[in-house]
Design a protein around this ligand. Structure first.
Ligand code: AVI
Length: 344
C-alpha cells in the first residue's frame, strides 16, 4: 500500500491533506518550518538525482567508493554466523533507484551464488526503476520490492528459512531525522530483525570528527549550496509544490536558498529566506479553510536538517536501538563512514 503521508507518486487526496497539514502547522510555527519530505515530488526527486552528481556533493560518490573498495569484506563480515543455507537476504530502507546498491548485490551474488533483495521505498516509480536496473545488470538477484513508509509502518520482512538479513540504510538518509526520530527509525528496523542480523548504516562525518582533519565547514557548505544552483532549485521547489498542491501564491523569486552549519547540533540546515516583507495566501488547508502567512524581510522557513556524525555519535545511535558496531569503513579523506552493526 502506498503511504498516505510520505509523498507517494500520485497526487492522492490524502497526500494533499498531508501537504496542507504540513503547510498549516509548519508555517504558523515560530520559527517557520516545512518537512523535508515535501522536497520529493517528481521535480524534486529529479533535482535530488542531479545533486548526487554535483562536484560539490561528495556524499554519494564517496559512499560508492567505500562500497567499491570494501564490498567483499562488508559482505563477508555480515555473513559471519549466517544460517545453514549460508545466505544473506538484503533489505534496503529508502532504496530509491538503488544506484549504489548494485555493488553490494553483485558481491553478494559472487559470494553466495544468488541473493534475494527487498528494496523498500515510498516511491513506486523509483522501485520500478531500481528493479529494472538490477534485474537487467546483475544476474542472480531476485527482487521483491515493497512500497512502504518505513518511518511509520512496520517493515515488510519476508524472512527466508535459514538466512540472515542484512539491512541497508545508506546514503546518509538517517541524517535527515532529528536524533530521537533517527533512533525510532532504527528501533522500528531492529524490531523486525533477529539477533545476529546486521545493519549497514551510511553516515556523513562531522568536520574534523575522524582521526585526522577531514573536511572543513566550507566543504560542507559547498555541498549544500553548489555553484550551479541545483540545491537552491531543490529547496525552492518546495514553494512551487505548495502552489501546485494547495493553490498557494508563493513567488519563489521572493525567497533565497540559504545553507548554514549549526555546530552546536552538528548539522547543516537549509532555509528559504524571504527577500521582502510579504503575505502569502494558501487557499487549502487540512480543515478545508484558507489561511495567510506573513513574512518579515529576512525571515526564513527552515526546510531541512542534515546531521553529521562523529564515530562516537554513530556508536551511541546504534546502541540506542540495540545494535552493536562490528566494523566501519571510511574513505581515505574521512569524509563519510559506512558502519556494519549487529542486532543484539
Ligand atoms: C537525502 N539526504 C541524505 C540529502 C542530504 O544530504 O541530507 C538531502 C539533500 N539536501 C540537500 N542536498 C541533499
Amino acid at each position: 500500500m502506498p503511504s498516505t503521508t510520505f509523498a507517494p507518486d500520485e497526487p492522492l487526496i490524502s497526500t494533499i491533506d498531508a501537504v496542507a497539514y504540513e503547510a498549516r502547522t509548519g508555517l504558523s510555527a515560530t520559527p517557520k518550518t516545512l518537512s523535508p519530505w515535501l522536497f520529493y515530488d517528481e521535480a524534486g526527486s529529479h533535482l535530488f538525482e542531479q545533486i548526487t552528481e554535483l562536484p560539490e556533493y561528495y556524499l554519494t560518490r564517496t559512499e560508492r567508493s567505500i562500497f567499491a573498495a570494501n564490498a567483499s569484506e562488508i559482505l563477508s563480515e555480515a555473513a559471519l554466523g549466517q544460517g545453514p543455507s549460508g545466505k544473506l537476504t538484503l533489505i534496503e530502507l529508502g532504496a530509491g533507484t538503488a544506484t549504489k546498491t548494485g555493488i553490494l548485490l553483485a558481491e553478494a551474488v559472487r559470494q553466495q551464488g544468488s541473493v534475494v533483495y527487498q528494496p523498500v521505498d515510498v516511491s513506486e516509480t523509483a522501485l520500478a526503476e531500481a528493479s529494472e536496473n538490477i534485474l537487467s545488470n546483475i544476474p542472480g538477484v531476485t527482487v521483491r520490492s515493497q512500497v512502504t513508509d518505513y518511518t511509520r509502518e512496520a517493515l515488510p520482512l519476508n524472512r527466508l528459512p535459514d538466512t540472515r538479513t542484512l539491512a541497508l540504510y545508506i546514503g546518509s538518509s538517517i541524517g535527515n531525522f532529528m536524533p530521537e526520530d533517527a533512533r525510532d527509525v532504527l528501533r522500528n528496523l531492529r524490531a523486525q530483525l533477529l539477533p545476529g542480523d546486521t545493519l549497514l548504516l551510511g553516515t556523513d562525518l562531522a568536520p574534523n570528527g575522524g582521526p585526522v582533519a577531514n573536511k572543513t565547514v566550507a566543504t560542507l557548505l559547498a555541498a549544500y549550496d553548489d555553484a550551479a544552483g541545483v540545491t537552491a532549485a531543490f529547496n525552492l521547489n518546495v514553494l512551487t509544490r505548495l502552489n501546485r498542491d494547495l493553490g498557494a501564491d508563493f513567488v519563489p523569486a521572493n525567497f533565497r536558498h540559504r545553507a548554514c552549519w549549526n555546530p552546536a547540533e552538528s548539522r547543516i540546515e537549509m532555509h528559504l529566506e524571504s527577500l521582502i516583507a510579504q503575505r502569502v495566501h494558501i487557499p487549502v488547508n487540512s480543515s478545508g479553510r484558507a489561511f495567510t502567512v506573513d513574512f518579515a524581510r529576512g525571515e526564513s522557513i527552515h526546510t531541512e536538517n542534515s546531521y553529521k556524525f562523529t564515530s562516537a555519535a554513530v556508536d551511541a545511535l546504534l546502541a540506542s536501538a540495540k545494535f552493536r558496531k562490528m566494523k566501519s569503513w571510511e574513505d581515505p579523506q574521512h569524509l563519510f563512514a559506512v558502519t556494519l552493526a549487529t542486532a543484539v
